[in-house]
Structure formats: C-alpha cells, structure tokens
Design a protein around this ligand. Structure first.
Ligand code: COA
Length: 379
C-alpha cells in the first residue's frame, strides 16, 4: 500500500523574509515531524519546482534539499511539469514505492515568485506554453481568457457566473489561516476589479505566491499510515491550444480522472471533497465538469447553486484553491494533498467536512497539457 504518513504547509503569500531554501527546509522538516518518522528512514527526496532556475538562478534542488535537511547522501532530484510539478512528484513517489526502490519518500513542493516583477514572472510562466503562444504575446491569463470566451459562446455563461468561483474560494480561504487572501469577497468587488484579459478580471486570477508544502509518502504499514493513495494518474495533451479538439474541456483532465476512478474502483459520486486546479475561474468550472462532478455546460450553474461550497454536496477547494489560498506553482499539487489529508484526518478545524472518507486532487500544468488526478482514501 502507498499511504501518506505526514504533511505540512507553510503560510502562502508574499513572504519577504523567506527564501526558496528556507521554504523548502520548513516544508521538509514539517512533513518529517508530522510523519513522526526517523529522518534516516527517508530514502528518496523529490522536489517539485518550476521556476527556481529562471527566477532564483537556483537549479539542482534535489541535492540542495538533501543537504539542507541533513540527508546529504540520499537519492534526491527535482520534478518539473509546470504548475503540475507537485502532483507529478506525488505520482513519482508512488511509482518508486511500488517499484520497490523506496519505502519512505519525502516530497517537497516549493516556489519563490514574489522577488521578481509580475512581468518577469508572467514571462517565466510562459515557459509552460508553446513557442507560438509566446511569440503571439499571450500570457496564461490570455490563454484561459480565450477558453472562457469559447465557453461563454457555447453555454451562454457570462462574467457574473465566473465571479461565483472567486466568491466561493475566498469564503473558504477566510477559514484557512495559511491562505494568501484569507478574506471573503462580494460579487460587486469581483466584477469591479480591473480587467486583466477580457473576460477575466483580477479576482478571476490566481495570484503570484511564495510558499511550500511537504508530504511523506510511505509504503510502510502501521497506524501512522492510515490515508491511502488509492490512485494516481497523469495524462497529457498538446501544449498549444490551437491543436486541441475542444476549448471547453481539458481532455488531459478527463483522461487522468477516468483512469484514476478506475484505479481506485470508485465513481465520481463517491468523492466527498476535492481540491481542483482553479488557476483562473473558468478553469474550476471546466474541472468540475471534466472530473464528472456535474454535466458539461452545467459547472457554473452548480457552483452558483452552492453544490461545491462547504456544506454542499461535494465541497471543492476548501483550502481557498489556487485563487485565494495562493498558487506557488511547484508547491500547489502538494498543497492540495496536504488539504485533503488534513480533512480526512479530521484536523481542518473551521473548514472541516463532516464524515469525509474519499478526497481527490486535480493539478494542471500550463493550459492543460499535463493533468494529474490523485485519489486519497481514509482506511
Ligand atoms: N486576486 C486578488 N487580489 C490580487 C490578486 C489576485 N489574483 N493579485 C494581486 N492582488 C492584489 C494584491 O494583493 C494588491 O493588493 P493591495 O494593493 O491591496 O496590496 C493588488 O491586487 C495589486 O497587486 P499586483 O501584484 O500589483 O497585481 P498585478 O495587477 O500586477 O497582478 C495578476 C495581478 C492577476 C496579473 C497576477 O497576479 C497574475 O499574473 N496572476 C496569474 C498568475 C499565473 O498566470 N499563474 C499560472 C497559472 S497557469
């Protein structure tokens, strides 16, 4: 069995006093302590990070993490799959355990983004897009805005519908002390915020964030290993939007989701809660549809109706999501896991879902070229 023994999340936000190294160390130490495991039992370290080389001039993060944590001779390397790096690192940890190559894997997701201007960060993030998209001057806000426009046309949705994603996720973030924006927002605040790439406004976007998260993934049985990684599936699609079959869905999400449900032996209706990749409000609408939580074209109606609120039929993004908890890109997939494990253990305090047993994480790289779906079950 592959289980999650320990988890930890740093505060997310604009962390002036924290370096990439400091964040990695805090998340790594935090996860090891939470797992109550002897440090020397860690036999593999995976560091999920996208932008360390471009923004910080620091590559080679695996060995660096090992040195920082006093685990110098342990196998360690960096995992990169754009904003899906964290989800992919969890998948790689599970693979190493299943292959018999490791028993206890420390996964750290970390990103330091706010020391550079937002323009430099936007350019660096575009390393996850195609050359044609970069040369056309697009940013990720622009790419998702294009998808939103096609979605509006096909399903008769509008800007107000998008706003309910931000309202829900800010409401959840207000219950999460680790969130970057732990406050609720009103409909008029969202609608009156500045337009970034029409139809997406400031509050339709995830922010630029510093932060890290860690997890000890373990193949050992025992009472500390009661949260099972029941499925972990990755799918990919074309990097360039123009090569996609449809712009109102992420096919990689659909494939990874279907394979994960099959691996876990469950149906979408059995999921009690989920953390989905809401890098932009339109992304959450497509995600709840592509993961089978509702019909295609219905996502925005179901969000507005409260289906995915705390107390609703399937709470989504209780951490506040990328939108309001923040999106330190390489850390996001690991943070999603931290939130689900915290919920399944019954330790989520004010945002706790009662009697939850099965949770799902959905982590996307770029505009949908990589998608990872992990399913967790409380034993
Ligand atoms: N939601 C809510 N408030 C936000 C915000 C967001 N996403 N981003 C910034 N803010 C707030 C800041 O806290 C600040 O508030 P203050 O004036 O009270 O201090 C204010 O808005 C201005 O912040 P600033 O950083 O100058 O904003 P910006 O206009 O330069 O950048 C975005 C805003 C949306 C363009 C930027 O956050 C962005 O590019 N996000 C997308 C990141 C991305 O593409 N990630 C990868 C996804 S695939």
């Amino acid at each position: 069995m592959v289980g999650i023994k320990g988890v930890y999340q740093t505060k997310f936000g604009e962390l002036w006093d924290k370096s990439l190294m400091g964040l990695m160390l805090e998340a790594g130490e935090g996860a090891i302590n939470n797992a109550k495991i002897e440090r020397k039992k860690i036999d593999l370290i995976l560091v999920a990070n996208m932008l360390g080389g471009v923004l910080e001039g620091q590559n080679h993060l695996g060995a660096l993490a090992g040195e920082l944590l006093g685990l110098k001779n342990t196998p360690a390397f960096r995992v990169e799959a754009a904003c899906a790096s964290g989800g992919v690192a969890i998948n790689q940890a599970a693979m190493a355990i299943k292959a018999g190559q490791a028993k206890n894997v420390l996964v750290i997701g970390a990103e330091k983004m706010t020391d550079k201007s937002n323009g430099e960060v936007a350019l660096a993030l575009m390393g996850a897009a195609s050359e044609a998209e970069r040369l056309a001057g697009l940013t990720f806000v622009g790419l998702y805005a294009l998808m939103a426009r096609v979605y509006f046309e096909k399903f008769k949705a509008n800007k107000d519908d998008l706003a309910y994603v931000a309202i829900k996720n800010h409401k959840h973030a207000s219950l999460n002390p680790k969130a970057q924006f732990p406050f609720p927002v009103l409909l008029e605040t969202v609608l009156k915020s500045s337009c970034v790439a029409s139809p997406l406004h400031l509050f339709d976007c995830s922010p630029i964030t510093d932060g890290a998260a860690g997890a000890v993934i373990s193949g050992e049985d025992g009472k500390e290993n009661k949260i099972k990684l029941a499925a972990s599936q990755i799918a990919t699609d074309s990097i360039n939007l123009t090569e996609r079959e449809s712009l109102v869905e992420l096919k990689a999400t659909k494939i990874a989701g279907q394979k994960a449900y099959q691996e876990a032996g469950i149906k979408p209706e059995e999921i009690d809660l989920a953390e989905v990749h809401d890098c932009f409000s339109i992304a959450e609408i497509m995600a709840v549809e592509d993961l089978g939580f509702c019909q295609k074209g219905e996502g925005f109606k179901r969000i507005k109706a409260g289906d995915f609120d705390l107390g609703g039929r399937l709470p989504v993004n209780l951490s506040g999501g990328l939108k309001a908890c923040g999106h330190p890109v390489g850390a996001t997939g690991v943070k999603q896991l931290v939130e689900i494990v915290t919920q399944l253990r019954g330790e989520a305090e004010k945002r706790q879902v009662k009697n939850c047993r099965i949770g799902l994480t959905h982590n996307v790289g770029g505009s949908g070229a990589t998608a990872v779906v992990n399913i967790l079950k409380k034993l």
